[in-house]
Design a protein around this ligand. Structure first.
Ligand SMILES: [Zn+2]
Length: 325
């Protein structure tokens, strides 16, 4: 699983109580779902450790028994993590049927203690591997727990969903989110909290990550340069040159994607995320279709970056496109 520390965030506390008090009567298959930044991996890790632990405490695994030590050393014989292939992390990577079939002996074996499988991202299960998993869920051995992690509930096949108990980990009320941010960013003000939460789709962990990004404080300056470029229609390469030096390319792309999405939202009359910025002047220069085109160019640029195309070139092209309207 993702390299995060196991923990139960305040907004997951009720679910923790629910699951641990009902245990072992929780069924064989669980689905934990929630948007990026909801802390679902941290919760799943804490829960897996608790289930496997030989001396469970109310709030966590003991951290000392052999099971806890095996988990920490990544050598637990009763724990299997299934994901997409390492070398195949690109978009639309799938969890192949072989990986699910390979689980069968593990699920059917009998022995001491609980056995736990985590499958993530569950959206990566294709038709064939979903069917194989269904078979597994139909006849699990005793003391077997299969946990699926997903971003979106509805992206999973209905047949799978119906076999799992599902729990949303991203139902976070604004007080909980606010408290979390205040605790970790005590120096920030209310408007900063509001901005971060908007950019992070109301997910506090994501908001905290964004707060540390260099581009966050550069957005207004970029919008200013962008507006100047499109109204004066000259020197796109000068602008490209400046931003190539100002931000690393991945940060630049992330910032630009946020701004482009907001410019599009503004044109469509929808809510924007960069609530501290004004898109009205920029919006006058662009047709909606052109913005959609820019968005697909941006996705292309992201792919090219992975193929080691020079980022300087990509920013040059982008700035030229921004100017030609
Ligand atoms: Zn333990």
């Amino acid at each position: 699983m993702q390299d995060v520390a196991p923990q139960v965030y305040p907004w997951q506390q009720a679910l923790w109580q629910n699951l641990t008090s009902r245990f072992p009567n929780i069924g064989h298959g669980l689905l934990f779902y929630g948007k990026t930044g909801s802390g679902k991996e941290a919760f799943a890790k804490q829960f897996v450790a608790w289930v496997l632990c030989q001396a469970r405490q109310p709030q966590a695994a003991c951290g000392q028994c052999s099971s806890c030590q095996w988990l920490a050393a990544n050598t637990h014989p009763n724990y299997v993590y299934v994901s997409t292939d390492e070398e195949n992390k690109k978009q639309n990577a799938q969890i192949k049927i072989e990986k699910i079939r390979d689980l069968l002996p593990f699920v059917q074996q009998t022995g001491e203690g609980w056995r736990v499988i985590v499958i993530q991202p569950a959206e990566a299960l294709n038709q064939a591997s979903s069917n194989a998993l269904l078979k597994t869920l139909e006849e699990p051995g005793e003391q077997v727990l299969i946990i699926l992690l997903a971003q979106h509930y509805l992206k999973l096949p209905a047949t799978i969903r119906s076999r799992l108990q599902h729990f949303a980990l991203d139902r976070i009320n604004s007080d909980q989110a606010q408290d979390y941010l205040k605790q970790h960013l005590p120096q920030a003000g209310q408007s900063q909290y509001d901005l971060l939460m908007n950019l992070a789709n109301q997910m506090p962990i994501q908001a905290l990550e964004l707060a540390g990004n260099e581009w966050l404080g550069r957005r207004a300056e970029f919008v200013h340069d962008w507006l100047k470029l499109v109204s004066q229609k000259n020197m796109p390469l000068q602008m490209a040159n400046k931003w190539n030096k100002t931000l690393v390319f991945a940060d630049f792309l992330m910032m630009f994607e946020y701004l482009l999405a907001d410019l599009t939202a503004y044109k469509l009359g929808q809510n924007i995320k960069n609530i501290d910025l004004d898109f009205s002047a920029l919006a006058q220069h662009y047709h909606l279709e052109y913005l959609f085109q820019l968005y697909s160019d941006l996705q292309q640029a992201k792919l090219l970056l992975k193929q080691n195309v020079q980022s300087q070139l990509l920013v040059d092209q982008l700035c030229i496109k921004l100017m030609h309207v």
